[in-house]
Ligand binder design. Structure first.
Ligand SMILES: [Zn+2]
Length: 313
């Protein structure tokens, strides 16, 4: 039986899902890796893949597509650009996998784009022709699907929603080196920063936070009626809704999906976000639905597998 693999490449390990060709996740494994830049490191990956298959009675020849999602830009031709947060030699790894899995089509996909494709294949966007996934975690990532196809861009920067400028007067730098990006306000880091700032302005004591991205505590404070938390989340929704209105003026999607860690608190801010979007968008776009993503951390693993399968034709 033909199988598809989705490989989610992280900093210290990779997570691999084995799928049927109709998108059923049949097995998952995690393979600890360090830097993936040497033949020895590539072998750790290919041996791990072979072990997953052997455990499930599948031979390497049955694998027809393998997707790999990476935290960095990938252009329309599947070429991986500069990876800032991970040590990976994409060409070397690709060659090593190709040697072991001769029948498989390989595809690299940007992680947020992959998450969007995952939601399209088996998640909240199943059957949708146009939608935008906004993945909110430490940063803000995005995946744009228009006319049933992912828009990764001529230079791999398609869907970089986190770096839409939403405040031209900002003086602090974003991670990208520019100022006033959506990510500075709507990421987990941005929400926690806004909460602390609101507490300072009110002269109130912030709730205990486990770190600079602990939005869970801010959400809980919101539920308990903490005014600074209410303000911080209202600000996040205002900036995010504003950015979404700009996106709608370009691709006018059927729906937005909110994913990533902050997506987990969706119900808490859904109304605020919908109101902010409607406040800023052009009249025809008010019908756009805003929903939570449904595949959680597995979305990118699904999506890169799907892309590899699609490209195989
Ligand atoms: Zn930026």
């Amino acid at each position: 039986m033909s199988k598809v693999l989705g490989i989610d490449i992280g900093g210290t390990s990779i997570k691999v899902g084995m799928f049927s060709t109709d998108g059923k996740l049949e097995a998952v494994t995690k393979i600890p890796t360090g830097e993936i830049v040497s033949e020895a490191a590539f072998a750790v990956v290919t041996e791990g893949l072979k072990a997953l298959l052997a455990d499930n009675g599948v031979t390497p020849d049955e694998v027809i597509a393998i997707g790999l999602d990476v935290p960095g830009p990938v252009d329309d031709d599947g070429k991986v650009g500069m990876l800032a947060n991970i040590e990976l030699d994409p060409e070397g790894l690709q060659a090593a996998i190709k040697r072991t899995f001769a029948n498989a089509n390989l595809a690299f996909v940007n992680d947020a784009n992959a998450a969007a494709l995952g939601e399209l294949w088996q998640g909240s966007a199943k059957g949708a022709n146009s939608f935008v996934l906004i993945a909110i975690g430490t940063g803000v990532g995005g995946g744009v699907v228009a006319n049933g196809k992912l828009v990764s861009g001529a230079f791999g920067a398609g869907g970089e929603i986190g770096h839409i400028t939403v405040n031209r007067d900002e003086t602090a730098n974003c991670g990208c080196g520019r100022k006033g990006c959506l990510e500075q306000y709507a990421s987990a880091t941005g929400i926690v920063r806004a909460y602390k700032k609101a507490c300072a302005a009110k002269g109130t004591e912030p709730v205990e936070l486990s770190g600079p991205t602990d939005t869970l505590s801010v959400f809980n404070a919101h539920r308990a009626g903490d005014e600074a938390a209410v303000e911080a989340i209202a600000q996040m929704c205002d900036y995010l809704g504003y950015a979404m209105a700009q996106i709608s003026a370009v691709t006018d999607p059927q729906m937005y999906l909110i994913g990533g860690g902050v997506g987990g608190g969706f119900n808490l801010y859904a109304e605020d976000l919908r109101n902010a979007f409607r406040k800023y968008c052009l009249a025809p776009s008010v019908a756009t639905r805003i929903l939570p993503a449904s595949l959680g951390n597995d979305a990118a693993m699904y999506g890169c597998a799907y892309q590899a399968l699609l490209e195989r034709g």
